[in-house]
Ligand binder design. Structure first.
Ligand SMILES: N[C@@H](CCC(=O)N[C@@H](CS)C(=O)NCC(=O)O)C(=O)O
Length: 198
C-alpha cells in the first residue's frame, strides 16, 4: 500500500491522477502545508524533510520530489504501460523529460514569475521561451511528450500547463490547448479530481 502525503489543489494532486492511472493500491494522508498567502502550517505528520508535498511512503521507503515519485511509481507498477521501463526504447526520453521538468521547466517559470533574468552560462535552466520552443516542436510532431503514447511525463507537464495556461507566463495556443485537453480528459483525471479535495 502506497501512502500519498497530499494537500488539496497542490503539486500532490497530480499524483492522485498518476496512482489512479496505475491502478495502484494507495491511501491519501492529508497534511497541511505552508501556502503562498500565509495560510497553512508545517505538519508534523508529513515525512517530507521540508514539509512539502508530494511525498509517498512505500513500506520503509520515503520518496519525495515529483520526478522521483513519478519514476518510482511507474517502475513499481509497470503494467499500466505509462512509464517506459529499462530496456524500452523510450526510457531515455522518459528520464530526460522527468529530469527536464524538475531541473529546467520549473525553474524557468519561477524565474519568469519573479521577473528575474536567467543568467546564461550560470543557470542550469533556460528562459521559458526556449522551453516552449522545445515543447512546441515536440508536440507538433506527436500527441504526447514521448510520442504516440501517453506517459507519466504528460501528467507532470500537462497538468502544469493546465494550471498556468492563459496567464501572461503561458500564452494559450491551439497546440497547447489540445495537448492539455488530451491529458485532462482521461477518466483517471476525473477520478483524481473527485478525490483531491474529498
Ligand atoms: N520540487 C518539489 C516541489 C514541491 C512543492 O514545493 N510543493 C508545494 C505545494 S504545490 C509545497 O508543498 N509548498 C509548501 C512549502 O513550500 O512549504 C516537487 O516537485 O515535488
Amino acid at each position: 500500500m502506497i501512502t500519498l502525503y497530499h494537500a488539496p489543489r497542490s503539486r500532490s494532486s497530480r499524483f492522485i491522477f498518476l496512482l489512479e492511472e496505475l491502478g495502484a493500491p494507495y491511501e491519501i494522508a492529508n497534511v497541511s502545508i505552508r501556502r503562498r498567502d500565509g495560510s497553512g502550517a508545517l505538519d508534523s505528520h508529513n515525512p517530507h524533510p521540508h514539509g512539502k508535498v508530494p511525498a509517498i511512503r512505500d513500506g520503509d521507503a520515503i520518496v519525495y520530489e515529483s520526478a522521483a515519485i513519478a519514476l518510482y511509481l511507474t517502475d513499481k507498477f509497470p503494467a499500466a504501460g505509462i512509464g517506459p521501463v529499462v530496456g524500452d526504447a523510450k526510457r531515455g526520453a522518459y528520464l530526460t523529460w522527468l529530469a527536464y521538468y524538475a531541473g529546467v521547466m520549473e525553474p524557468a517559470w519561477v524565474s519568469a514569475f519573479m521577473n528575474s533574468e536567467v543568467p546564461r552560462g550560470t543557470a542550469g535552466w533556460v528562459k521559458t521561451d526556449e522551453v516552449m520552443e522545445l515543447v512546441n516542436a515536440t508536440l507538433s510532431k506527436n500527441p504526447y511528450i514521448l510520442g504516440e503514447k501517453f506517459s507519466a511525463a504528460d501528467i507532470l507537464i500537462g497538468t502544469t500547463f493546465q494550471l498556468f495556461m492563459g496567464s501572461p507566463l503561458l500564452p494559450k495556443t491551439d497546440l497547447l490547448e489540445s495537448y492539455v485537453a488530451r491529458v485532462v480528459e482521461r477518466p483517471a483525471h476525473a477520478r483524481a479530481q473527485a478525490k483531491d479535495a474529498a
